[in-house]
Design a protein. Structure first.
Length: 117
């Protein structure tokens, strides 16, 4: 993201991103992973190498990884919710950069204004 130099442009970018900050769906701070695993039945196809797909959510709490199984019919929703979290996280990073740029450009803008008067 390119950060503008002038405070009015920075403010305009900040306002535009603040409007986008509203969540469009539930937010899930986790990763959706797909793994292949064997069920343990010796007569199953997975015993011969064609393993079953399993979908899981993983997330961390106090540096400890937690996992939850996601049923097949909920995979699209879980994927959408994790993508919404990523979108909001990126948007928050951009808002932070713009707010810092606005603070840093404040002194320069005031000096420029005083010089014109």
């Amino acid at each position: 993201m390119k950060i503008p130099k002038h405070p009015p442009l920075i403010r305009r970018s900040l306002q535009a991103r603040q409007k986008q900050l509203q969540a469009k769906s539930p937010v899930l701070a986790a990763s959706l992973v797909t793994i292949r695993r064997a069920c343990g039945n010796p007569n199953c196809r997975c015993a011969r190498g064609k393993k079953h797909l399993g979908h899981y959510l993983t997330w961390k709490v106090k540096s400890k990884t937690h996992t939850a199984y996601v049923p097949v019919d909920l995979v699209p929703q879980a994927k959408q919710w994790t993508q919404e979290h990523r979108r909001l996280k990126q948007l928050t990073r951009e808002l932070t950069q713009l707010a810092l740029a606005l603070i840093q450009s404040h002194v320069t803008a005031r000096r420029r204004k005083r010089g014109r008067s």
